[in-house]
Design a protein around this ligand. Structure first.
Ligand code: AQP
Length: 328
């Protein structure tokens, strides 16, 4: 069975961008592949979170992953820092990665602008650790959103370089594209992000979501309810594309174009449809929150399985690059 590997950062509350761009795919793919899904807390350190906040976020993101339908019996779900081989392999790969390659990464530029007082080296070498995350499990496929495709290209280059220098060791990981590669934020300007305050949270109640939707941008040319709108340029209508059935969506488009449906009513319909998806996830999350021991056990079992697989890779890597004690 081919392998997939993917991760999510515990940097805040999971949002519908993470859900549509990653988690929906994870749930679908866990039956088709041997799956490794990680809560990548070492990556989150690049934002220098409060220690207690980081631990809380790790639990909440793990709960979100499981409540969304990832099954720890079918997929290996684990916390990155529980598998020390990630950092060991990252160093080996760091020594193979030209500075110029990392200089080209647009996410580094974005994140540097976003946290100008904390442009740390980890932020710069982030894609190398990400490459280690993937190749440690010799994954063939990596389901990610559009924002991660450049990092995946770098991972493939690194694999080619490693295989060229040390002999065929890793498969070249291919991207599995999601059907929602870039969900926009409520600001309508950038992708939905945990750290940009533009998200619809996966655990939000219907009321909380409606409150956020009220202030969200729509068709900028539609200033009054009596103005005719253009659904194709409306950010709210783009969300309907993910959560609303075809018939209702067509009715919304017609109502918007003819000015018979106002933006507030259109947002109410979206909030209702979002709740159909979010409600059951929120309920499953509440049950898991009541069972902290069960969550610990799931993550411990996942880390145990992941470490065993990671160590197999590292035995090979150490031998190939000349590290560790010689075999007798
Ligand atoms: N807006 C999005 N649309 C589609 N997919 C998305 N993903 C993230 N945002 C969107 C995908 O979700 C997975 C996990 O993302 P991540 O937490 O590892 O990192 P990120 O891409 O940096 O996500 P955020 O929410 O934007 O976090 P912060 O604010 O901490 O940077 C990935 O597969 C990603 O593609």
């Amino acid at each position: 069975m081919a392998r997939i590997m993917s991760g999510v950062q515990p940097t805040g509350n999971l949002h519908i961008g993470n859900y549509l761009g990653a988690l929906v795919n994870w749930v679908r793919l866990q039956d088709q592949y041997e799956a490794y899904f990680s809560i990548v807390d070492l990556h989150a350190l690049t934002g220098r979170p409060e220690p207690a906040a980081l631990r809380h976020a790790v639990r909440e993101v793990a709960i979100g992953v499981l409540a969304s339908g990832v099954d720890p019996e079918r997929a290996t779900v684990f916390v990155q820092s529980h598998v020390p081989q990630h950092t060991e392999l990252a160093w080996v790969l760091t020594c193979l990665t030209p500075l110029g390659d990392l200089n080209r990464m647009t996410q580094f530029k974005d994140k540097s602008q976003h946290q100008p007082d904390n442009i740390n080296t980890g932020l710069f070498t982030y894609p190398v650790l990400q490459t280690a995350d993937i190749v440690l499990y010799r994954a063939d496929r990596v389901p990610v959103g559009e924002d991660q495709e450049q990092h995946l290209e770098l991972a493939r280059e690194t694999v080619r370089r490693f295989n060229h220098v040390y002999g065929e060791t890793f498969p070249e990981p291919q991207v599995v594209k999601s059907s929602a590669p870039r969900v926009m934020g409520l600001d309508g300007e950038s992708k939905m992000s945990k750290s940009r305050n533009n998200e619809i949270g996966l655990f939000e109640t219907a009321d909380e979501t409606m409150l956020k939707l009220r202030g969200a941008k729509t068709d900028p040319a539609r200033l009054r309810k009596t103005d005719k709108g253009t659904p194709e340029v409306c950010n709210i209508y783009s969300y309907h594309g993910f959560f609303t059935g075809e018939v209702q969506r067509a009715a919304i488009a017609t109502g918007c174009r003819s000015a018979q449906l106002g933006c507030v009513d259109c947002k109410k319909l979206l909030a209702q449809n979002l709740e159909v998806v979010k409600g059951p996830i929120r309920e499953r999350a509440a049950v898991l929150r009541e069972q902290p021991r069960r969550l610990e056990e799931i993550l411990a079992a996942g880390a145990h399985r992941a470490r065993a697989e990671a160590e197999k890779t590292m035995v090979l890597v150490r031998e190939r690059v000349g590290l560790g004690a010689p075999r007798s």
